[in-house]
Design a protein around this ligand. Structure first.
Ligand SMILES: *Cc1c(COP(=O)(O)O)cnc(C)c1O
Length: 360
């Protein structure tokens, strides 16, 4: 089983998802990383206490690190990972972030600004000039691309270069694109964040997050945040996430082909006033001719699709984002976010079409 890419011909991502994070290739070793449910380990070895490090967590981290081309640290949720990254920002330092970043992240950054912990500068993720200007004197540029749920795409190389020129670090939340479609560390980012809950886990059966740093010392600082904030994932969830990653490339490929085909059809649908689809990826958002009431009717009328929050699973999900009171006011009230799963294209389309027809 190949596990180390050679510089001459690095392994393709389709191979890395299958091969990374496996036990050593030795007679009698299992093919899969064992689930090791132990909080403590006999003293004197490399592993002592599971909040610091644990074998199943390490296997998952090896896989996520191999995919994002850095050193990964796993957390108990995406928000735990986000808070660990925010915790590294010095007192009073400037953070630049998108107006409609992931709700939890946006709310948390606003809370930290309100108590004077950070100074927050809000930008639009697709406004490179404004981002470059806002980075002057900043400590951290927090980006998401594409953004949740507005599907704005940032010019990552240009934004990262501008932030670095201004002396700011760059974190990219790569939850939407996944490492199958985009590896921000290769574009110069310092930290990549994931809600592993979403596409990496892929089956809507766990909560987990990860931070990945190109610099091993920075990764160690982030791991110490996990230790001190107490945001360690459990062994069973690490196993599930690693199992999910094995099919990540296949799932993203299939979900993306569903998304691009249906986004094109939605653009022609008489009940739909606007489609946001960046041309790649497994997520889209629509607005309806009939507004909020139509959006709620749509969510209540689907049968193959599931009306639920979250994204990145094998099953197609949709929801009206502004039903969440904390969602950014820049998100249109009637916007329905679509997370494409891996079901049959025509089943997904027929269901969406019949549900859309009930809204007019
Ligand atoms: C869901 C999500 C998060 C938060 O992750 P949790 O695992 O729910 O804590 C952060 N960023 C993005 C883009 C997300 O979609």
């Amino acid at each position: 089983m190949p596990s180390t890419p050679s510089p001459e011909r690095p392994l393709s991502v389709e191979t890395v998802v299958v091969s990374a994070g496996r036990p050593p290739v030795l007679p009698g070793q299992p093919l899969n990383a064992p689930i090791v449910p132990s909080s403590a380990f006999h003293a004197g070895g490399d592993v002592e206490y599971a909040r610091e490090q644990a074998p199943t967590t390490s296997a998952l981290e090896a896989a996520i690190g191999a995919l994002e081309h850095g050193t990964a640290v796993a957390f108990s949720s995406g928000m735990a990972a986000a808070n660990a990254a925010m915790d590294l920002v010095p007192m009073g330092a400037v953070v630049v972030a998108p107006s409609a970043a992931y709700t939890g992240v946006a709310v948390r950054l606003r809370e930290l600004a309100a108590i004077g912990r950070i100074e927050l500068r809000i930008i639009e993720a697709d406004d490179t000039a404004a981002i470059a200007a806002a980075c002057t004197g900043a400590h951290l540029l927090w980006l998401e691309s594409p953004t949740n749920p507005m599907l704005q795409v940032a010019d990552l190389p240009a934004c990262i270069a501008a932030a670095h020129a201004a002396g700011a670090q760059v974190l990219v939340d790569n939850t939407f694109a996944t490492p199958i479609l985009q590896t921000p560390l290769d574009l110069g980012a310092d930290i990549v964040m994931h809600s592993v809950t979403k596409a990496l886990g892929g089956h809507s059966d766990l909560l987990m997050g990860a931070l990945v740093a190109r610099d091993a010392d920075l990764a160690e600082e982030l791991r110490i945040r996990r230790v001190l904030l107490g945001a360690a994932p459990g062994a069973f969830d690490c196993y599930l996430a690693l199992r999910g990653i094995r099919t990540l490339a296949l799932r993203v490929e299939r979900a993306q082909s569903n998304a691009s085909a249906i986004a094109a059809r939605l653009a022609e649908h008489p009940a739909v006033s606007r489609v946001r689809y960046p041309g790649f990826g497994t997520m889209a958002a629509i607005e309806l001719v009939g507004g909020i009431a139509a959006a709620d009717t749509l969510c209540g009328s689907v049968q193959v699709w599931t009306y639920a929050t979250s994204l990145g699973g094998v099953e197609s999900l949709l929801e009206r984002r502004r039903r969440w009171p904390l969602e950014s006011a820049t998100v249109p009230e009637s916007l329905v976010r679509l997370s494409f799963g891996i079901e049959g294209l025509e089943d997904l389309w027929a269901d969406l079409d019949q549900a859309l027809r009930t809204t007019t």
